[in-house]
Design a protein around this ligand. Structure first.
Ligand SMILES: *Cc1c(COP(=O)(O)O)cnc(C)c1O
Length: 231
């Protein structure tokens, strides 16, 4: 049996420490529980312990879980790669998308966002390490995509997301996250009319460095749920 309360307190303690170090208000750092590969009961357990925001990478898995958890007021975030044929369901079943990287996908989400829901919160994913087979756009492509996404009425562009390669040293982790922080600052200057307030970065292994560089969502799986089974 997991003690979800203890797990949650442990991660919140890390976040609080990191915020204190960075002289930030801990309330400005929100915890996204990444529940990919975890079953609905695990999500239910963590919810009962107080967690409200959950992130999923795979649409079908997420929809199955959502159906079993329909009685809970969960804020759902989509954080995985998005294919065109999945946009309708994503636009209908999520509050946030962190992994936007193509205008065509943004336009579909905008068109398909149901009227009775508010605008869909989105972040643009940046491939900071410029790894060829990884998701995300380059920083050079960002201004153009951001301007186009910001003009879509049913989307609300909130900021940037990245999944850097794992690095051992805090200083190295920090330097990479600071690139994303700088990119957000530049975007805020270029688009003062857009409410850009979000940096989605930091996972179980590097959340302290992410908080030091201004993360507003940290996405944590392993530190809450334990190691995932290898796919
Ligand atoms: C799996 C995943 C995480 C969580 O990673 P952990 O190392 O388990 O904390 C965060 N973000 C994304 C996009 C993921 O796919």
């Amino acid at each position: 049996m997991h003690n979800w309360r203890d797990k949650l307190i442990e991660v919140h303690d890390r976040l609080q420490q990191a915020a204190k170090q960075a002289q930030r208000d801990p309330k400005t750092v929100r915890l996204l529980a990444v529940s990919k590969t975890q079953d609905a009961n695990a999500v239910r357990g963590l919810f009962a312990a107080g967690q409200r925001a959950f992130g999923e990478n795979y649409l079908q898995e997420a929809l199955d879980k959502q159906a079993k958890l329909a009685d809970l007021a969960i804020e759902w975030h989509f954080i995985g790669p998005i294919q065109s044929n999945k946009t309708q369901a994503i636009a209908s079943h999520f509050d946030w998308v962190h992994s936007l990287e193509r205008l065509k996908i943004a336009e579909r989400l905008d068109r398909q966002r149901p009227e009775h829901l508010g605008p869909l919160n989105v972040c643009i994913q940046i491939n900071l390490d410029q790894e060829p087979n990884k998701s995300g756009i380059s920083l050079a492509e960002l201004p153009q995509l951001a301007a186009a996404v910001a003009s879509l009425p049913r989307l609300r562009l909130r900021g940037l997301m990245a999944i850097p390669e794992p690095r051992e040293q805090f200083a190295e982790q920090l330097a990479v996250f600071q690139q994303l922080q700088k990119a957000l600052l530049e975007l805020q200057t270029a688009q003062p009319q857009t409410q850009l307030d979000t940096l989605s970065m930091g996972m179980s292994g590097d959340l302290e460095a992410a908080v030091a560089a201004g993360a507003t969502w940290v996405r944590v799986g392993t530190a809450l749920f334990g190691p995932r089974a290898k796919a």
